[in-house]
Design a protein around this ligand. Structure first.
Ligand code: B12
Ligand code: SF4
Ligand code: SF4
Length: 343
């Protein structure tokens, strides 16, 4: 049946499409002050696209001319608690332990857009998750899903911050929800929990110090100062979320496709130091870990091996000195020096 869209219909359709949380905000231009603070301070590291797409990030009508409403969506990836990685294992951040969330979100967004367009055939919309220049956390806060915690993550009362976000811009007026109030209160647990001091002030992350940036986004070499503090973080980092009291009590409720796959939460470093490109493709294509690419994963594993001070890994490190990838060679050199020292 066709008819005008309203908020209750859109929200019910979002839940039917498989999202766990949904809210609506007016598609107004955002306050530029916080983003400009990040850019003026250099906290975006070398993610130049945050700067070049500034105008689109701040104004949804640049992505969808005539945009009137932003539907903010969240999907939980909270699974049952797992034991921490053992010695000799690299830890994978929780969001990356199942299927790559991008196609999962895409499928749900497509389903939602299809249902809305069937109801309102003239509707125009713009869907995105992660990759488009949309300030997803800010929209989620405005649409009442949760608040931006002092750790810089969007925290929902029901699923904690173990949620991934998406937005759907519509050229239709919908009844907006009230923005979510801040609920960190006097807690500051995440600030000292960060191993690299990457939270310069509450709510902001300096990507130049963030292990999630270095282990996932960064191509090429990782500076020694960050390598020293890598610990066993193989891909991403959850330290500023794992310590958050809002995450301690939430029930597992992960999307089925985002549930951890066998062997993808903690990966033996020894296996990664012997990884071939073919084996990498077989194991990691279709997972979020593919974002680091073959050379990024091997580089991270080399740095964990070096930081461990375990001389038994020396012989597996040496062959990587001849890698065609700069970042891998540099990591192998750093690891050799560290393991040689502790010999
Ligand atoms: C660039 C990026 C990163 C960078 C920079 C992180 C950052 N804090 O900006 C790096 C690589 C470091 C990173 C790390 C991670 N990321 Co990331 N990342 C992004 C991306 C692509 C863009 C974010 C962005 O525009 N940052 C630039 C800054 C300037 O904008 P902002 O983060 O929105 O921050 C604004 C607000 O915080 C606001 N603000 C600050 N204080 C306050 C207070 C109030 C009250 C309000 C209203 C606003 C406000 O001001 C800032 C500037 O405008 C988004 C996807 C997207 N399109 O939004 C995912 C995204 C933010 N990342 C995500 C995830 C899961 C992560 C990691 C948890 C992954 C991991 N486990 O390793 C870590 C978390 C690190 C952390 N503590 O924030 C999720 C977050 C889900 C959630 N629950 O919050 C997102 C939304 C992806 C997704 N589609 O789900 N990420
Ligand atoms: S993700 Fe890790 S390194 Fe980045 S701010 Fe959080 S605790 Fe710090
Ligand atoms: S640990 Fe405390 S201060 Fe940090 S995000 Fe969670 S509630 Fe907020």
């Amino acid at each position: 049946m066709t008819g005008p869209l309203d908020s209750p219909f859109v929200k019910a359709a979002a839940l039917r499409a498989g999202f766990h949380e949904v809210g609506v905000a007016r598609a107004e231009p955002l306050d530029a002050t916080p983003l400009d603070r990040v850019l003026a301070s250099g906290w975006e590291a070398d993610m130049a696209w945050l700067r070049t797409q500034r105008a689109e990030r701040l104004d949804p009508s640049r992505l969808l001319p005539g945009a009137r409403s932003v539907v903010a969506l969240a999907l939980s990836y909270r699974d049952a608690e797992r034991p921490p990685p053992g010695p000799g294992e690299g830890e994978v951040a929780r969001f990356a332990r199942g299927r790559d969330y991008h196609p999962v979100m895409k499928k749900k967004l497509k389903g939602l857009a299809a249902e809305l367009t069937a109801r309102d055939p003239g509707l125009r919309c713009f869907a995105s998750s992660d990759l488009a220049p949309t300030m997803e956390k800010v929209w989620a806060q405005r649409a009442g899903l949760g608040w931006i915690g002092k750790n810089g993550c969007l925290i929902t009362p029901r699923h904690g911050s173990w949620v991934l976000l998406a937005t759907l811009l519509l050229d239709r007026d919908l009844e907006p929800d009230a923005p979510h109030p801040e609920r960190c209160g006097r807690c500051e647990a995440c600030l000292p929990a960060c191993p690299t001091g990457a939270i310069p002030e509450p709510g902001f992350v300096d990507a130049r110090h963030c292990l999630a940036f270095w282990t996932i986004e960064r191509r090429g070499a990782i500076p020694a100062a960050m390598a020293e503090r890598l610990g066993n973080h193989l891909f991403g980092c959850d330290d500023c979320q794992a310590c958050c009291p809002w995450n301690g009590t939430v029930e597992p409720g992960s999307d089925l496709e985002l549930r951890p796959r066998e062997g993808q939460s903690a990966i033996p470093i020894e296996a990664l130091l012997q990884l071939t490109e073919a084996e990498y493709a077989r194991r990691f294509h279709g997972t979020s870990l593919a974002r680091a690419r073959f050379d990024g994963l091997v580089r991270n594993a080399l740095l964990i091996a070096g930081g461990s001070g375990e001389p038994r890994w020396l012989q597996l490190v040496v062959p990587w000195l001849a890698s065609p990838h700069d970042g891998v060679r540099a990591a192998a050199g750093w690891a050799m020096a560290r393991l040689g020292e502790s010999n």
